[in-house]
Write a protein that binds this ligand. Structure first.
Ligand code: HEM
Length: 499
């Protein structure tokens, strides 16, 4: 018996080594400078097992961040590097010149297969649809973020920012507040009202069932990336995990469908908000595409609604969280923001902020850009090549998974010297020309709505409070989940401002 086990183990090891060698040879052909020896791969596997089983909180996600960062440093003279993710070849782009060539490349607009993990919840909305539908959908949906609608969205953002400030006032007697939950609920309220046109009331503890299901569904989709045995759909759909998500799918889909039905009736009766026929929220634009233009069926409307709510709320919450954390760590930066807010907005600490006000807050702009640089909420995005392509003279094979990592691109020390240093002056107008195209890519494409929302929330909070972050940056480490989260809750002391 023991003899058989030893023989099997021996054959197993030989088989693994043979597969790794073949894989390495295949890979080296494409990205020839990034050679991986079989032993290096085995060492990486051992290292990951030791790290992940160390019992540390978030060990897997910390390991992934460490692995990426180390590889990026090791291959810093190359525009891209390759590695192995549970048997899948992945090429990561971490230099601006390669990002530029890659994003220009017309042949690759396929999302990577990982995006399919979101289809049970999101169906084939803009984030998950295939390349044949993507361009058309993107063009259609742009109407939902037209300038004419931004003023209405800004009102919604201001109202919810004020509610968040009221909530935080209640926290000022506490030693600290963990900001994740209130920010996530507030941004969900904003998404609910600007996308669906409904008040969810998440910050006031309403709609808890929906909020819980939404977060659960996104967690399950994301965790499938690391659970490689759940990659094939037929295994996932037979798994317990999937069965456990079914009630959540029912709740989340049921919520969007009921709002869509209600608003559709309203729309058909000729009342798109306040008796005028002007669209007030993204859903109105989608209903026009559904009812009048007949280019989207009702399920398509539901898929886009769910896509925008999911893509739009946690990203903003994370962006605001990192911004408050960094501002709370650097008192001299906070002081300059307070001075700017006082001089631009005057003594009024409550009123709404409009586009003209936001445009005046130039130093705050630099601070937020530096926050996005250090902690981009979307730390990476992935594509699948539909044909063999060449990026910076490296041949990328057909069907390769290519990851673009804003987190790593933003840490290129040739462009951002001393990259870990928090230095908003990097984005002063005189320094911007030194930042090459695609070296700063937190949004991948224009996201005016998102930038506006983050700025409004940060302004309202900073107008009312002084912040002090309790934990240093070597304790609060970035980890990649769907968005760039922190290894531990961010603890901030909120105190009313003495103006
Ligand atoms: C600070 C906040 C935000 C950041 C940093 C951010 C960043 C990004 C990035 C990097 C992508 C590209 C992902 C990919 O291609 O795989 C993306 C896509 C997307 N984002 Fe955002 N986002 C933010 C807020 C929002 C908001 C508020 C909304 C909705 C109102 C939104 C809706 C979307 C959608 C629908 C996509 C898919 C677009 C497509 O595939 O064409 N995002 N976002």
């Amino acid at each position: 018996m023991i003899f058989e086990i030893v023989v099997c183990a021996f054959i197993g090891i030989i088989a693994v080594l043979a597969i790794l060698t073949l894989w390495r040879m295949k890979y080296s052909r494409f990205v020839s400078d990034n050679k991986h020896s079989v032993f290096q791969v085995l060492l990486d596997v051992m290292d990951s097992i030791l790290f992940v089983t160390s019992g540390k909180k978030n060990a897997l996600h910390l390991y992934i961040a460490k692995y990426f960062t180390e590889k990026s440093k090791k291959f810093k003279q190359y525009p891209l590097f390759t590695y192995w993710l549970c048997g899948l070849q992945v090429i990561t782009i971490h230099k601006a010149e390669a990002v530029k060539e890659f994003l220009k490349e017309k042949k690759i607009i396929e999302k990577s297969d990982f995006y399919d993990f979101f289809t049970p919840y999101l169906g084939t909305g803009l984030l998950t649809c295939d390349s044949s539908q993507w361009k058309g959908r993107r063009k259609m949906l742009a109407a939902g973020f037209h300038n004419s609608m931004l003023k209405g969205y800004l009102t919604v953002m201001n109202e919810h920012a004020q509610k968040l400030v009221e909530f935080l006032h209640e926290e000022t007697h506490k030693e600290f507040t963990c900001v994740e939950r209130p920010l996530s609920l507030c941004s969900l309220d904003i998404a609910g009202e600007s996308i669906l046109g409904v008040k969810i009331g998440a910050l006031q503890n309403e709609g808890e069932e929906y909020v819980h299901s939404l977060h659960k569904l996104l967690d399950v989709a994301m965790s499938r990336i690391w659970k490689f045995w759940q990659w094939p759909d037929f295994i996932f759909y037979c798994s317990n995990t999937y069965r456990q998500t079914l009630p959540h799918l029912g709740i989340a889909h049921g919520f969007s469908r009921s709002i869509i039905k209600e608003r559709k009736l309203w729309y058909m009766n000729g009342k798109t908000g306040d008796d005028s026929r002007k669209p007030k929220c993204l859903l109105d634009v989608l209903l026009k595409l559904h009812i009048e233009d007949q280019v989207l069926d009702e399920e398509g409307v539901r898929q886009e609604v769910d896509t925008f709510i999911s893509a739009g709320h946690e990203t903003v919450a994370v962006a605001v969280k990192w911004a408050l954390y960094l501002i709370g760590l650097y008192p001299e930066v906070q002081e300059r923001i307070h001075q700017e807010l006082d001089s631009v907005l005057g003594a009024d600490s409550k009123g709404h902020l409009w586009v003209a006000d936001l445009n005046e807050l130039k130093y705050l702009d630099c601070v937020l850009k530096e926050c996005y640089r250090l902690y981009p909420p979307g730390a990476l995005f992935a594509r699948k090549t539909s044909e063999e392509i060449s990026i910076c003279d490296y041949t990328i094979p057909k069907r390769a998974t290519v990851v673009v990592s804003p987190f790593l691109v933003h840490r290129d020390e040739d462009i951002f010297p001393d990259p870990e240093k928090f230095d908003p002056d990097r984005f002063l107008p005189e320094n911007i020309p030194h930042i090459p195209d695609c070296a700063y890519i937190p949004f991948a494409a224009g996201h005016t709505f998102a930038e506006m929302e983050v700025k409004v929330l940060v302004c309202h909070i900073l107008r009312s409070f002084s912040l002090h972050s309790l934990d240093s940056r070597d304790k609060v480490l970035p980890i990649v989940k769907i968005t760039l989260q922190s290894s531990q809750p961010v603890r901030i002391k909120f105190r009313r401002r003495q103006q």
